[in-house]
Design a protein around this ligand. Structure first.
Ligand SMILES: Nc1ncnc2c1ncn2[C@@H]1O[C@H](COP(=O)(O)OP(=O)(O)OP(=O)(O)O)[C@@H](O)[C@H]1O
Length: 245
């Protein structure tokens, strides 16, 4: 198996003593990897370090074998990113926003813009101003922008956050389609365990800044009635060990 993301001993503590501590994670080629944890567990911090938006105090991240802090361009060459809510210019159309994003890359054709609009289901709305888009449409536009350069790895921070059921299903279907048809590897954070269960083959569980479990979703949930039950058991054990330490 080919490790596309290797995170070793990643640490970043904020002055308020919260943050992430000695995080180790591996995403293999072809994974839809769920990065699961409650609000404030440290998911965004890890993803921001991974994509060079902030620096770690210790540890390293390698993407496609390249260290993000020393070889940023090589590390990010085949990576698409959607971190926090997708930002777009409201006064421009969806298509104009994508054309603007395309300028950051050397060669993105008009045809590629058509393709990504089609994939995310926004082709019919491409000429409308983003101001009139629903949250789900804005998220799909963000996903389209992240896909412009035909990445082999997509890093998505809470892509279904705030969406209604139909919006969530739509994003999930797009992700699963891209994983199957285009062989894109995904690292997706969420605090919604049901999403992980429906979409991901492997997952990492982060709790109070520490990765407490990583493995196949089927392995983690085996012996429990649901992944939710398995997670609650895992966290109870983590708390028990911490109390006895
Ligand atoms: N710039 C910062 N300064 C101080 N503390 C921070 C900063 N950024 C994050 N934190 C703290 O670090 C912890 C991890 O935050 P992070 O945003 O990574 O969590 P998260 O798992 O992404 O949460 P959510 O699901 O709510 O987005 C939290 O306790 C948060 O308050």
């Amino acid at each position: 198996m080919n490790a596309i993301v290797e995170i070793r001993n990643l640490t970043k503590m904020f002055k308020n003593t919260r943050g992430i501590h000695q995080v180790n994670m591996t995403v293999q080629q072809g994974d839809i990897y769920g990065f699961f944890g409650p609000n404030g567990a440290g998911k965004t911090t890890v993803m921001k370090i991974m994509t060079g938006l902030t620096r770690a105090q210790q540890g390293e991240v390698k993407l496609f074998g390249h260290n993000v802090s020393t070889h940023y361009e090589q590390a990010m060459a085949k990576v698409g990113v959607l971190i926090e809510t997708a930002e777009a210019y409201n006064y421009m159309s969806g298509r104009k926003n994508l054309e603007l994003a395309a300028r950051f890359y050397p060669q993105i054709s008009k045809q590629r813009v058509d393709e990504v609009l089609e994939i995310v289901g926004l082709a019919a709305f491409q000429k409308e101003k983003v101001a009139g888009y629903s949250l789900g449409m804005k998220q799909r536009l963000g996903l389209a922008a992240a896909m412009l350069s035909k990445p082999e790895l997509l890093i998505l921070d809470e892509p279904t956050n705030g969406l209604d059921i139909e919006g969530m299903v739509h994003i999930r279907e797009i992700i699963m389609h891209l994983a199957k048809e285009d062989k894109i590897t995904f690292l997706i954070s969420s605090h919604l365990i049901h999403e992980m269960e429906l979409m991901c083959n492997r997952m990492g569980i982060i709790h109070q800044g520490r990765l407490v479990r990583e493995g196949l979703v089927s392995e983690i949930s085996s012996g429990s009635a649901s992944l939710e039950e398995a997670y609650l058991r895992e966290i109870k054990e983590v708390r028990r060990l911490a109390a006895n330490a």
